[in-house]
Design a protein. Structure first.
Length: 223
């Protein structure tokens, strides 16, 4: 977080923090060592590997930021080691804005969020995009779990710093996969109750039929 703070807390940001009364807490972070990139731990690796998407921001030659969503199956973003993450980039809307931006400025910001558990992780890094054929070993690793589609390039991000954000204001939302897992026992229980109801209905119908036959008496049903 100290490295992230050093990159994020510009003089203008520090001025606003001072005006809003949060400068003391921010100052503590800045006094911590933060000259070197922060290594990823098992906590960050597990979190990133569990998600099915993230937001990626880059900066174009006009100076305007651009944000795009990248999605795929959980684990499509691979933590390569303590300082790098990567993914296989597949064809999309063919605008190539992020890819073009990286050719003139490799700085990126990433935002990983788990709505269901109300957890989020922010990162700064330097990204490079390379043809998959240029690094076959890396390509083999990154395509082991990836988004569906034709792989156009590999994206590797050297992480500079990261910060775990507070859960405040995160609205809980659940993906179809998460709901399927959570609701599986409920659906199984409902199916069992439906079978039990069918059996009870059949038993009640058979009992009523016997009662009608007994009420009719011997021979009356043939009268």
């Amino acid at each position: 977080m100290s490295r992230y703070a050093r990159l994020a807390y510009t003089p203008a940001v520090r001025q606003v923090q001072h005006e809003m009364g949060s400068g003391i807490a921010a100052g503590r972070r800045l006094r911590e060592p933060g000259d070197l990139p922060e290594p990823l731990t098992s906590a960050e690796a597990a979190f990133v590997g569990s998600l099915d998407g993230f937001l990626l921001a880059s900066v174009g030659e006009t100076g305007w930021p651009y944000v795009q969503f990248r999605g795929g199956p959980p684990g499509f973003v691979h933590v390569l080691d303590g300082g790098r993450i990567g993914y296989a980039d597949v064809g999309g809307n063919r605008q190539y804005i992020t890819t073009g931006n990286l050719r003139t400025d490799d700085r990126v910001a990433l935002f990983f969020i788990d709505h269901a558990r109300r957890v989020r992780l922010k990162m700064f890094g330097h990204a490079r995009a390379v043809p998959a054929d240029d690094e076959p070993e890396l390509a083999e690793r990154l395509v082991s779990t990836r988004t569906e589609g034709r792989v156009e390039r590999l994206v590797v991000i050297e992480v500079e710093g990261y910060d775990w954000n507070c859960p405040r204001h995160i609205t809980p939302r659940f993906s179809e996969r998460e709901l399927t897992d959570v609701l599986a026992p409920v659906r199984e229980r409902m199916a069992g109750l439906e079978r039990e109801n069918e059996e009870l209905r059949a038993q009640v119908a058979a009992m009523r039929q016997r009662e009608r036959e007994e009420a009719a008496g011997p021979g009356r049903e043939h009268a």
